[in-house]
Ligand binder design. Sequence first.
Ligand SMILES: Nc1ncnc2c1ncn2[C@@H]1O[C@H](COP(=O)(O)OP(=O)(O)O)[C@@H](O)[C@H]1O
Ligand SMILES: [Mg+2]
Length: 265
Amino acid sequence: MPKKIITTKAESNLGPKAISISNRKGGVGKTTLTSVIAEELANAGYSVVMLDLDSQTDLTDINLSQNEDSNLFDLLTGQKALEEVVTELFSKGDKKIIPGSARVDEIQTGVSNTLAEIVDKLKETYDFVLLDHPPSLTELSRAGYIISDQLLIIAEAQQLSLKNLISFLLEIKKLQLKTETTLELLGIVANKVDHRRKLTGKMLIEYKRTYPELFFDNYIGVDTAIPNAQFNQETMRELPWRPITLSQFERVIEEMIQRLQYVKY
Ligand SMILES: Nc1ncnc2c1ncn2[C@@H]1O[C@H](COP(=O)(O)OP(=O)(O)O)[C@@H](O)[C@H]1O
Ligand SMILES: [Mg+2]
């Protein structure tokens, strides 16, 4: 048995948190990280609900084998009640999802207040509300940032990512100044780290130099087990072998829990 890394719910004194997981770039691992955080936190005894804010609905597709009738669009447009859209997922712990919809981008005005009410209500029941964002700043994504307590950024250790990240963080800064959000920055996690590539090492140094406090000490390597598991709607724990990146995810999640107790950005 590998050593337990993640502080359990019984050992922690964290209050309920709404966390946005994002980056303005696609394909960097937002959905993957959201899904693994949910599974690992549920395993550690926390109750977790994920919200799929992306009209591409990848988070929903990798977690649910069949399409649900009720989704976030129905909830936001008042056609369905919260109990009708919160969907139970297979897990040892308490893990749920509000499935996404291709239609969420149709919703424009007033979504911020509706989402705020939904998330407040969810925080009465769940320890963690995780919001998986689209790569673009849609109205729903913007509302998601405003109503979140924290923002966790995931970045790829590749060329051009840093420039993108700087402009994304400026956008968030503007949002923090212009709105009444209480959003704080939880940090930046590097994904798909491949030490065989020279550029990766250089990029990690660049990130760390640019964002010394925000940049996580722990990161996630490249691992084909990730897309493989997702293809079969499996969690990494259900694979017949233990993927190497699982311990890396656990360390990232534990660092997140530690940071949640002392956020100051
Ligand atoms: N560490 C990793 N190693 C290998 N493949 C990964 C890793 N993280 C994510 N992926 C794969 O990269 C693709 C994009 O990931 P995803 O989480 O959907 O990104 P995003 O939500 O930012 O668009 C998916 O096919 C996913 O399986
Ligand atoms: Mg995604």
